[in-house]
Ligand binder design. Sequence first.
Ligand SMILES: [Zn+2]
Ligand SMILES: [Zn+2]
Length: 370
Amino acid sequence: MKAVAAFPKERRVRLIDAEEPKLASPSQVKLKILDVGVCGTDKEIYSFAYGAPPDGEDHLIMGHESLARVVEAGPEAAGLKVGDLAVLMVRRPCPDPACRACAAGHQDFCETGGFVERGINRRRGYMTELVVEEAKYVVKLPKALKDVGVLIEPLTIAEKALAEARRVQARLPWFKPGVKGEPGLGARAVVLGAGPVALLGAMLLRLEGFTTAVYSLEPSTDPKAELVRGLGASYVCSRETPLDELAKKAGPIDLVYEATGAAPLAFEALEFLGTNGVFVFTGVPGRKGPISVDADRLMRGLVLQNQLVFGSVNAPRAAFESAAKDLASFLKAWPLAVPRLITQRHALADFEAPLAGRLPGIKHVLHVGD
Ligand SMILES: [Zn+2]
Ligand SMILES: [Zn+2]
């Protein structure tokens, strides 16, 4: 079977013939890959800035954003049967028995850093035709998600971040966005960025009843801006409107969901977080050198306004399950906007252009099978 593999020693990425995986335990399933999404992490692996092959191997089969169908199920593969549409989780626990997070099934909070990630870090990925996995790392999807299910993994980033934000804001018993008639309805969120993780986060915030503004570089005439407005959110171009103006117009900001990886913008936005507000970082910046921030002002704000800033990475199984439910709700609410998040599908052999990051749009997908 064909696979897209990165060879770090040769600094080459090429299509290889890989051996078909076989079930090795009764709790495993074999899946046929349908779609694999391409994101910034894949682009970093493609340029050898990130990622590592499995121990003892010279190449890494890439890809971590999957949509697949079960083609073989072991007798103990709980909850999965042949024909099921599914998504595979990315991170697997570290082997250290002292890691409390991994022992609790929360490898997204791994304490040792010894975890592996399929298609990223020391474990084969999904840019191939068939994969085998333990059923506990495979999440069944409703059939209605066939055309957009590849968006589940990027959506889990927003699911986890916002679930954490909800937990944090449980400290404010009156803060109940999304609950009709509750005083928390009308809570205000600002999304930084307009990539897939940002736009999926904006959809989730809208679904939960937040008054949502998406703040990004693209001009207000960009198709992404139009898509945002179609969600009932507002779009604000960072080149046209400075952040202080946005804060003045929008009113106190209850939640900032950062999905750009751009530190200068994020720290500027932090200055405009409202009283009792929460700021969640999901973007990973490249190392571009130090920036200057008004630390006294930020610290005063954090203390005097009970603000909370946290980061969120990867996602637990619960986030995949809620993503499956929420993506189906997105499709019902915005049947045209959701498919438009996928800009183009490419054959597996045509991996170069999407991985090199030369293509405009939102999400590029390698289409492997039907
Ligand atoms: Zn990704
Ligand atoms: Zn761990």
